[in-house]
Design a protein around this ligand. Structure first.
Ligand code: ADP
Ligand code: 3PG
Ligand code: MG
Length: 395
């Protein structure tokens, strides 16, 4: 896949670059839990800066639905970036207003201004033309380095390309180069997909697109709960998505036509509170009761997953298998991650939270072929779908 990269920009000196990154990093109690997405953007930022450009950095954080949500401000991310670069990073109060325009105008070569969470404005998600045009007026060039948000057609991931010369950053380029062989060449089989995490709405569609491509599907995390409901089990007070139950049922039926290749948990770890000291129980799925929350896969399910991993030639994994932010619910992710790291196969890990989870359970990154910063984006890319944030970068 050929894309235009920042190396092709002739003269960056004195140019104002609108740079889209994805600093949607895992946060807990107001602190950054894993800064991979920030450190992975440094190469692009440093290059643009040393070439003499002035940077206006844009990112989203979480899903604030077009409103200001105090906990989702980018203050901590801007501070962290400033520390990593050892250079001032000024963050604006709002995404776009007169003050922001003033700040952007004043920006000198090599200086960095970071806009507030772009999703505080409803126009971001709507890719609103007027908003996009106004935003584009702040700069001369648009650089998209947010691979992990490339599956979203938003003002700052796609819209800006209508107004400005557009290029990919180095992280975008690295991700495309690492992931392309998986779709361009026939993968070493069996091809196994492990899905977990909480973004059911995004991921369930991707699973569907893999039905004809993958050999095994191993499902954990909150995502599994929707499939468990579809299979007729009681999931108590667990997180699941009611309006996705029907499609979950269709996917399972479709997969089971030939043989057992769609594995949902048959034992789980439950608790009635989510904390570091939560009292847990390990139960067969049939024994889950109304007051319980499923928060991890059980060890027998992990063992079943591992048996399939051991015979796989390629494994793609997105989404933690439990609520890994708390110790009592890390075991499933830990068992499966350790098994995959030991096994000699092509292994692709995707997702901000999945990468964070691997760190927390002390499974080193060296055990995997590639750890992508993208979750949903990585999956959609690997399913062969065209990502709008990448389409704008093609020659
Ligand atoms: P990724 O960022 O890797 O793509 P997601 O954002 O989809 O993954 O999901 C990660 C989140 O899923 C984590 O916050 C984790 O706590 C949550 N999660 C995983 N399993 C469960 C579960 N059983 N119940 C509730 N939340 C869960
Ligand atoms: C992610 O964390 O996968 C990206 O930042 C995209 O987030 P979204 O699913 O809220 O668009
Ligand atoms: Mg996530």
């Amino acid at each position: 896949m050929k894309i235009k990269t920042i190396k092709e920009i002739k003269d960056l000196k004195g140019k104002k670059v609108l740079l889209r990154v994805d600093f949607n990093v895992p946060m807990q109690n107001g602190e950054i839990q894993d800064d991979t997405r920030i450190t992975q953007s440094l190469e692009t930022i440093k290059y643009l800066k040393t070439q003499g450009a002035a940077l206006i950095i844009m990112s989203h954080m979480g899903r604030p639905k077009g409103k200001i949500v105090e906990e989702l401000r980018l203050t901590k991310a801007a501070k962290h970036l400033s520390k990593l670069l050892n250079t001032p990073v000024k963050k604006t109060e709002n995404v776009l207003d007169d003050k922001v325009k003033e700040e952007a105008k004043k920006l000198k070569n090599g200086e960095i201004l970071m806009l507030e969470n772009t999703r505080f404005r409803p126009e971001e998600k709507d890719c609103d033309p007027a908003f996009t045009k106004e935003l584009a007026s702040l700069g001369d060039i648009f650089v998209n380095d947010a691979f992990s948000a490339a599956h979203r057609k938003h003002a700052t991931t796609v819209g800006l390309a209508d107004h400005l010369p557009t290029y990919a950053g180095f992280l975008m380029q690295r991700e495309i180069e690492a992931l392309s062989p998986i779709i361009e060449e026939e993968p070493i089989r069996p091809l196994t997909l492990i899905f977990g995490g909480a973004k059911i709405d995004t991921k369930i569609e991707v699973i569907k697109s893999f039905i004809d491509k993958a050999d095994y599907f191993l499902i954990g995390g909150a995502l599994a709960n929707t499939f468990l409901v579809a299979a007729g089990f009681n999931v108590g007070k667990s997180l699941y998505e009611k309006d996705k139950v029907e499609i979950a049922r269709e996917i399972m039926l479709e997969c089971e036509k030939n043989r057992e290749r769609f594995i949902i948990p048959h034992d789980v770890v439950v608790a009635d509170e989510i904390s570091e000291t939560a009292e847990t129980a390990h139960l067969p799925i049939e024994d889950v009761m109304d007051n319980m929350k499923i928060l991890d896969i059980g060890k027998w399910t992990a063992e079943k997953f591992n048996n399939i991993i051991e015979k796989s030639g390629t494994v793609i994994w997105n989404g933690p298998l439990g609520l890994y932010e708390h110790k009592p619910f890390q075991n499933g992710t830990k068992l499966v991650a350790s098994s995959l790291a030991r096994h000699n196969c092509t292994s692709i890990i995707g997702g901000g939270d999945t990468a964070d989870a691997l760190k927390r359970v002390n499974v080193p990154a060296g055990g995997f072929t590639h750890i992508s910063t993208g979750g949903g984006a990585c999956l959609e890319f690997l399913s062969g779908k065209k990502l709008p944030g990448i389409e704008i970068l093609k020659n």
